[in-house]
Design a protein. Structure first.
Length: 395
């Protein structure tokens, strides 16, 4: 076996980061943790530094970085603590790093993930917003630098495993008809729509199958998460919008499927545990133990599927609309959603108003190109201002 892979984890204290370190801890002969980053969870990052002894730890906030540095020095743990937004880009692009787990949630992860792609790293992409906001720019950097891009979302990882090994991005040449992304339907799949206004943040975050962060849990409940994944799938697999379908699969055992022109449908199945796609991408093309329980199909007993109701889940058609419109529309969609979800989690917006805020922003925001990082963040900023105004105005 070759020397250990040098790994940076952007967003180490979130659920993806924690699960990544769990898999890594099972294979110390394969992986060396070089860099870790966190936003606010300084105590957890401190504990991770003690356990994995990275070379660098990055915290955007200077006060948080100073606290971490002080605690590490007192513990005799020789980790270099970096601060500021540029510190994330630094630990993602340093020459010693082979692989970057991009797991920062939201638009905040775009610059560092893009820096990893520009540096030609193997990028394990859990930050779907990088492709939602800047798909054309991001994929152009991947091609230019020779970076390797491996998806971590369970759905896209399942598609990746179900496509031909030598998939070139051309459906017609390789006999692919469509991609089918599965969705659990979240905690309110059967809740009467007139009761959604009274949903609390804790209820929205109580996902029936997956353990996730609060923002992504709300996105799952509205199915915006699936809408963002549709946009991500377009860029990852060069799939036209009409070649990407979504089905609700409450058991979360079939993680996604690929249909071929001969009628074959190939799927990837497994227990709902993010360590499976993480282990697949970390060791690719090898397979390694992930700590995931074997799938017992007899215990599952039934696998059911249904079409999503756009009236119940209006965020999904909004995402398709943004994808078809292109340009800066997906960045505006994502920004409006982040503001609306944050307002809901803070108790300032009713759950059923999240899609209304997004629709209002999409209707009123300007449209432009998304060819540069400056254009993308300009669209993001405009959409956030509009969303905040709609939230404050009771939209």
């Amino acid at each position: 076996m070759n020397a250990r892979k040098g790994l940076t984890i952007l967003g180490a204290t979130g659920s993806i980061g924690v699960n990544t370190l769990d898999v890594v801890s099972r294979h110390p002969e394969r992986f060396e943790v070089l860099g870790l980053s966190a936003n606010r969870q300084i105590e957890r990052l401190f504990e991770q530094c003690l356990a994995f002894r990275p070379r660098w730890a990055a915290v955007p906030d200077a006060d948080g970085a100073a606290l971490l540095d002080s605690r590490l020095r007192a513990a005799g743990c020789p980790v270099e603590v970096l601060s500021g937004e540029a510190s994330l880009e630094a630990i993602a692009s340093r020459p010693e790093v082979d692989t970057v787990m991009a797991a920062i949630v939201g638009a905040a992860g775009l610059r560092a993930t893009l820096a990893a792609a520009r540096a030609g790293k193997t990028v394990l992409l859990a930050n779907k917003e990088s492709l939602v906001m800047a798909g054309a720019l991001f994929m152009a950097e991947v091609r230019r630098s020779g970076a390797v891009l491996l998806p971590i979302d369970s759905e896209h990882n399942a598609v990746y495993q179900s496509l031909p090994y030598d998939y070139s991005g051309d459906f017609s040449k390789q006999g692919v008809r469509r991609i089918i992304l599965t969705a659990s339907g979240g905690p309110f799949r059967d809740t009467p729509p007139d009761r959604l206004r009274d949903v609390t943040p804790d209820q929205a975050c109580a996902h029936p199958n997956w353990v996730m962060g609060r923002k992504i849990s709300v996105d799952s409940a509205t199915m915006m998460n699936k809408g963002l994944e549709v946009i991500e799938a377009h860029w990852l697999f060069n799939a036209a919008p009409e070649c990407i379908d979504v089905v609700i699969h409450p058991q979360s055992v079939v993680h996604s499927l690929v249909e071929y022109v001969d009628g074959s449908v190939i799927a990837q199945l497994g227990n709902p545990d993010m360590r499976t796609p993480i282990a697949h991408a970390l060791a690719y093309p090898d397979r390694i133990e992930a700590g995931v329980a074997p799938l017992d199909l007899c215990a599952v007993a039934r696998l059911t599927f249904e079409r999503p109701d756009p009236g119940r889940f209006p965020c999904l058609p909004l995402a398709y609309e943004a994808l078809r419109e292109g340009g800066s529309a997906p960045a505006s969609l994502n920004a409006a959603n982040e503001v609306a979800v944050a307002a809901f989690l803070e108790g300032r917006l009713a759950f059923d108003r999240i899609p209304r805020v997004i629709a209002a922003v999409m209707e009123r925001s300007g449209r432009g190109p998304a060819d540069t990082i400056e254009e993308i963040f300009a669209a993001d900023g405009e959409a956030r201002e509009l969303a905040r105004a709609f939230v404050g105005g009771g939209r």
